[in-house]
Design a protein around this ligand. Structure first.
Ligand SMILES: Cc1cc2nc3c(=O)[nH]c(=O)nc-3n(C[C@H](O)[C@H](O)[C@H](O)COP(=O)(O)O)c2cc1C
Length: 205
């Protein structure tokens, strides 16, 4: 092999190495900077959802930091620890907001925030993550329909147990046209969260 050829191969090698280093650095820097932004965006979304569930004049603590980690629970639909957020006024308990999961949506898990006032009535429910079908199951989202507001003020005694189903199953909650599975899963998950609250009231506050 001539000296010129060897020099060319060496130069190509150096260029390849430089490209590899530059590419890897770019990916690492992008991931580092956007990772922080994604976490912050998720935090902001969580805060907006938390405060949307509670009347702001009814609490005076920092709800986002007054948290408690709950162990995995069948009633909450969780298979690992989950965070609850606690609202207080003058130190007295006002409400708890649960991260609950409906495990049996049409397309898998539906993640919910369920706000429960200290008396066991619902402050409200919001869907934070789901994979239900657009135009069918996604009416559980507040920006698609007001269906989720139907839980406001409900409790274990209003309606009684039988009412905690969709109308098709003999309960009080509307299903959607051609989509009963999604609302059925959400109704059951919200009811289970209320049962959890009732059974664990003393450890929550
Ligand atoms: C492609 C496709 C997507 C569907 N997505 C949903 C869905 O997201 N949520 C839901 O409840 N039903 C969905 N359905 C309908 C269910 O299969 C089922 O028929 C329905 O929930 C039963 O409600 P109904 O008894 O009121 O028809 C979907 C059906 C098809 C074919």
């Amino acid at each position: 092999m001539s000296l010129t050829n060897r020099r060319q191969i060496l130069l190509s090698g150096i260029f390849l190495w430089l490209f590899a280093v530059a590419g890897t650095t770019l990916v690492a820097v992008t991931e580092y900077t956007t990772g922080d932004r994604i976490i912050e965006n998720e935090r902001q979304l969580l805060l907006r959802n938390l405060y949307a569930l509670l009347p702001v004049d009814k609490l005076d603590n920092d709800i986002a930091t007054d948290t408690l980690e709950l162990p995995a629970s069948t009633l909450l639909g969780t298979d690992r620890t989950s965070t609850i957020y606690r609202a207080r006024f003058g130190g007295k308990p006002v409400a708890a907001i649960f991260n609950s999961v409906a495990p049996n949506g049409y397309n898998g898990k539906i993640h919910l925030l369920v706000g429960v006032f200290v008396d066991g009535s619902l402050a409200g429910v919001r869907v934070v993550k789901h994979a239900e079908t657009p135009g069918l199951g996604d009416a559980i989202e507040i920006r698609k329909s007001s269906w989720i507001k139907g839980f406001d003020g409900k409790s274990l005694s209003n309606p009684r147990q039988r009412g905690w189903q969709v109308k098709r199953d003999g309960g009080e909650f509307d299903q959607f046209t051609g989509a009963t599975i999604t609302p059925r899963a959400v109704v059951a998950a919200v009811h289970n969260t209320l049962l959890y609250y009732q059974q664990n009231l003393n450890t929550i506050f």
